[in-house]
Each structure stands twice: as C-alpha cells, then as structure tokens.
Design a protein around this ligand. Structure first.
Ligand SMILES: [Fe+2]
Ligand SMILES: [Fe+2]
Length: 203
C-alpha cells in the first residue's frame, strides 16, 4: 500500500498532487499528538494533589473541556461515527479486537472525564472528597490513553490504510473535515493551543 501524503493543504498544481492527497489516518495521528500533551500532564497534576499542592480550578476545567470537545466530540467522533463504520463495511468485525476494544476504551475515557468534571466542581466547593476523585480520574486518564493511542497508531491506522482503498480514504478525509467544520476550527485551534500551554506549564 502506498504511503499517503501528510495532512497538509498544498497549493501546488502539479499533477502528482492528485495522488499525494490528505490522509485521514495522519489527521487522527496528528490529533493523538495534541491529546498526548494533555494526557502527559495528568500524572503530574495527580502527583501535585497527592503531595497536598493546589491546582487552579480553571486548569482542571480546561482539561475537562479539552477532553470533551477535542478528544471526545471531535477525535473519538471521527473514529466511532466514521472510521469504524467504514471498516465495518469492509468486513472488519465491530465486536472484539480491535474495534470493540477501542470503543470500550472510549467509554472508559468518557467515564473518567465525567468523574474528573464532577470532582473539579467539588474541588471548587472545597469538598475534601474532591481530592480522591481528582487523583483517581487523572491517574485513570494517564493509564488509559497511552496504550489506546499506541493501539490505534500501530495497529488500527496501518490496518485502515490497507483495508480502505484510496477513494475511500479520500472520502473519509472529507468527512473528517466536515466534523472539524461543525465543531469550529477556532474552537479546535484554541483547545490545541491550550494543550501546548498546559504542557509547557506543567510538563
Ligand atoms: Fe480512539
Ligand atoms: Fe484515536
């Protein structure tokens, strides 16, 4: 299977550009790199809380918003609503390995983020049990996502590039772009900047 071009828009008018089109799996991989910035700081924040340190509530709320909009609505949305069904149509089983296991990870991720959001609200209200919820959910996110991203980068995406033909990959890329458009490029860029800022601050 040919290696597809990077997920960038080119204004080149050479005929070769027709072949080197944008890749949906590279788009998802690029999103993984942004998500990994937030995931990478979660154990550091948990450690700070375990040591009795303080984290500003707006940091926690920023992580919740990032995980809900960028990681879940945008990224998991592309995977669950578009990529997995496209693979299912080509005969990849929707239960078991790999798709069933990846969906189960998404469900676990949502539950951890819900717990993080509730604990962040309790933290603002100065409720002592907030600490346990914050530490547990931050550690849970840190434990879940690196393995999930690895399975997708090294197993799911290479498989996708074999199972879908170039036209199907192009169609998927166009559908992914529509997801970005619906959520809003400004929101996604703001959240990606937030991930970089938090990584610099805490990483
Ligand atoms: Fe995923
Ligand atoms: Fe993913």
């Amino acid at each position: 299977m040919e290696k597809r071009g990077p997920a960038i828009v080119s204004h080149s008018s050479t005929p070769d550009r027709e072949a080197a089109m944008n890749s949906p799996t590279e788009m998802l991989e690029a999103e993984h790199r942004v998500i990994a910035r937030i995931v990478g700081i979660t154990p550091l924040l948990a450690e700070r809380l375990e040591e009795g340190g303080v984290i500003k509530p707006d940091i926690l709320q920023g992580i919740v918003e990032f995980m809900r909009i960028y990681a879940d609505k945008c990224h998991h949305g592309k995977e669950e609503d578009l990529l997995f069904p496209a693979l299912g149509e080509k005969g990849v089983p929707m239960q078991g390995c790999p798709i069933g296991a990846l969906v189960a990870d998404h469900v676990s991720g949502r539950s951890l983020v819900r717990r993080l959001a509730e604990s962040a609200e309790a933290y603002v209200r100065n409720e002592p049990e907030a600490y346990e919820g914050l530490i547990g959910s931050l550690r849970g996110i840190a434990d879940l996502y690196p393995g999930h991203i690895w399975k997708e980068d090294y197993l799911l995406f290479p498989m996708t590039n074999k199972v879908l033909n170039p036209d199907e990959l192009d169609a998927l890329y166009s559908e992914f772009e529509k997801v970005d458009l619906r959520i809003g490029h400004d929101s996604l860029e703001r959240l990606a900047r937030l991930a970089g800022d938090l990584e610099r601050q805490f990483g």
